[in-house]
Write a protein that binds this ligand. Structure first.
Ligand SMILES: Cc1cc2nc3c(=O)[nH]c(=O)nc-3n(C[C@H](O)[C@H](O)[C@H](O)COP(=O)(O)O)c2cc1C
Length: 347
């Protein structure tokens, strides 16, 4: 009950977090990736200022999964955590939001961006962006149900960024506490272009803080994204899997300090720590390697010989082979930027 009394205070806490001079850095929600062990590992590398859970996929009889809930109830980061929900059943979502608010969450976040066909075809996640009246009604219902902070993570449209104006109008009606804009449409999935102009427009038009999201992969791209958009925060997803130092590097850049790149050996140690963190004891080796491949798909893109690394990693299935490949590519002391080839911040 004490926690429930604090709900109004949570809105103020979130607002205060975004009032600082430097942008707030958030770890993006990524299903099956940014779980409890991953959050814990991130903190060893400097970590984010704010964490978003993987989504709770709400259906009429849904009960929050213990594995995701653990990130909130045992939050290992020492930083605020936001619980993300996805779905389209307003009654069930309001119920689950209230249930989640009984825990130590900084806010409830609504996912309006997931581009997976299995989700969007059911008019959830990014699929809702095709139905603005339904978003309007859902936001109204959730805003009424949620006593603490209520936030939205959205893409800039379903088919076209031209849809964003109307979406912003809907958002501005609902007293949201934060909007994170992933600057791509659902149709663009994870394509190369990020519509920073849309993020800048959200910053200008919305009464709440806005976070910029999409292909922030380095201190350089972070500075460029903030300069272009004026956003109060940056959300980082794949860039953090690839380069867990990215949060510290961005803080250094904003403080005018030199940005230090990790060396090959440092990255090797990170992969060993990741293996130890995310792999369950007693899990079959083959499955542990499968799980590591998910992370390596992103990390590999930042290595000098990305094509060869990814080719070899995708074909290995023993621990010895896995680490043998990592060793071949990373047994050196050269600094690595850990950015995918051609990473840019275009307006
Ligand atoms: C594997 C994976 C899983 C994701 N899962 C979620 C999710 O559960 N909720 C969500 O809002 N976005 C999810 N996203 C999208 C990210 O949060 C983020 O918006 C997107 O990756 C763009 O940011 P980035 O370029 O920094 O990676 C996921 C992305 C990836 C790659």
């Amino acid at each position: 009950m004490d926690q429930i009394k604090d709900l109004g205070g949570r809105r103020q806490d979130l607002a205060r977090l975004f009032q600082g001079q430097v942008p707030v850095l958030s770890l993006a929600p990524m299903q099956d990736i940014t779980d409890f062990p991953f959050w814990k590992l991130m903190t060893r590398y400097g970590g984010a200022d704010l964490y978003f859970t993987e989504y709770f996929r709400v259906t009429p009889d849904y009960k929050p999964e213990k594995s995701i809930l653990r990130s909130i109830t045992e939050n290992p980061t020492g930083r605020p955590a936001i619980a993300q929900i996805i779905g389209n059943d307003a009654v069930a979502m309001a119920r689950v939001a209230r249930e989640l608010e009984r825990h130590e969450v900084a806010a409830i976040d609504l996912n309006l961006g997931c581009p997976a066909p299995v989700v969007y075809r059911k008019c959830a996640g990014g699929g809702l962006l095709r139905d603005l009246p339904r978003i309007d009604a859902l936001l109204g219902r959730l805003r009424d149900a949620i006593d603490g902070a209520f936030t939205v993570k959205t893409r800039v449209g379903f088919e076209s960024a031209g849809e964003f104006d109307a979406l912003l109008e809907v958002f501005s009606r609902h007293s949201l506490d934060l909007v994170t804009v992933h600057g791509r449409t659902v149709a663009e999935k994870y394509g190369p272009q990020v519509h920073h102009d849309c993020i800048a427009q959200a910053v200008r038009l919305l009464p709440c803080p806005v976070q910029a999201n999409g292909s922030v992969t380095s201190a350089r791209s972070a500075l460029a994204a903030i300069e272009f958009t004026g956003a109060a925060g940056l959300m980082i997803g794949r860039g953090a899997i690839r380069n867990p130092w990215v949060f510290s590097q961005i803080r250094d850049a904003f403080a005018g300090r030199e940005v230090v790149f990790p060396k090959g050996h440092d990255v090797l140690t990170y992969i060993e720590e990741l293996y130890a963190a995310v792999c369950q004891p007693g899990y079959p080796e083959r499955m542990q390697i499968q799980k590591m491949k998910k992370y390596m798909n992103f990390l590999g893109e930042g290595l000098e010989d990305a094509v060869r690394f990814l080719h070899d990693i995708r074909r290995c299935d023993t621990r010895a082979d896995f680490f043998g490949i990592c060793f071949t590519h990373l047994n050196h002391d050269k600094p690595i930027a850990l950015e995918p080839v051609g990473a840019v911040c275009a307006g």
